[in-house]
Design a protein around this ligand. Sequence first.
Ligand code: PMP
Ligand code: G9A
Length: 424
Amino acid sequence: MTDTDYTRLFSKRAQGMKASEIRELLKITQNKEIISFAGGLPSPEAFPIEDVKNICNKVLDEDGANALQYCATEGVTKLREAIAQRMNNQGMDVTYKNILITTGAQQGLDLIGKTFLNTGDIVIVGAPTYLGGTNAFNSYMAKMESIPLDNEGMSPDLLEEKLNKLNLHGSNPKLLYIIPSFQNPSGVTLTQSRRKKILDIAHEYDVLIIEDNPYSKLRYDGKENSTIYSMDKENSTIYLGTFSKVLSPGLRIAWTIAPQQLMNKLIITKQASDLCTSTFGQYLAYEYLAQGLIDIHIEKIKDLYRKKRDTMLAALDKYFPQGATWTKPEGGMFIWVTLPEYIDTGQMIERAIENKVAYVIGAAFHADRSGKNCMRLNYTYSSIDKIDEGIRKLAMTIENEIEMHKKKDESPYKLDEDGLITGV
Ligand code: PMP
Ligand code: G9A
């Protein structure tokens, strides 16, 4: 058989697409020996398997023929209505017509890219930001412009400065991508006053805000903030919600909320993608909401995740060397660690995996591949015992890096990462 070179057949956009570092690591971390702080996965011990089993039977007994049929692209109406009601209870003012059910929020991001982005269009993102977001926008050949985050999220001043500069060069960014609460990957939350300022700036510069909000219900301390969508009186925000982090990512049920004119286009875009999201999954999600189970489940996982977060923070304090700093999130799933400048977490990952512990490298979350001395740690997936052990192993890996660096500095010879002499 001859080996055919298919590259010439790939579209320009496919040629530019790279594998997600998170998805690649998921394969490695399926090895049970490795303690994974890599993927943003819910705790497997918390899935409500019995409840879902009962709901499956109920749905099949009572409405099996509809649940197994195709449904409208927009989604199953009763689920859309239930979601609209939940969102209105949190300060929004929407009807089921503003809700599009999607196959994960990831599909929402893809549909947004497909609907709004031409080659070279600019999307403003955080530095760091969610890799799946930049991958989705990249696949439409958009250009990312990054705004550094601090402990209060994206800085409105830096955002305005960037928009102003781009405008002076004749560029008008189309989208502003924001993960407002317990941001992936940093864990930081955009303060209420910054939300308002950022909204005002987006209005002034005519940028559409994409508010991607999978984590806000996982708040362990402090007070909930208003969503940007609920504060926006000018219809310039699209909101993404999902059941992935509060119920099950395997269900792949999420929703996009948009003003009506935008919604019509998003629906058409989705038609070409997958006709509709799993009807059966939507029926299950509806029942889970209708039976009032979701809030009980969220309370349960919040208690568990709070303990896990505290365990990881305590272990970081106990084991991590001087010179390392990290965020202290009030909720969500992630802690962001910054190590001394000379440590490259991309190079260190191999050694970490040898030591049976995994994280996601900082550069994966930076559109310009900076953040090399950073790493994202997930604390929801591993058990409490494993969290302590994993952080100890990771600390040991970092200590070795520091030692190696010291040796390099002291040595008259050039050493490689394994301490072998490569030159004088
Ligand atoms: N947005 C963010 C910020 C996420 O963290 C994730 C999942 N990690 C997604 C979107 C995609 O979620 P879903 O499972 O709903 O596709
Ligand atoms: O890619 C996945 O499996 C979802 C997780 C996302 C993340 O780790 O941020």
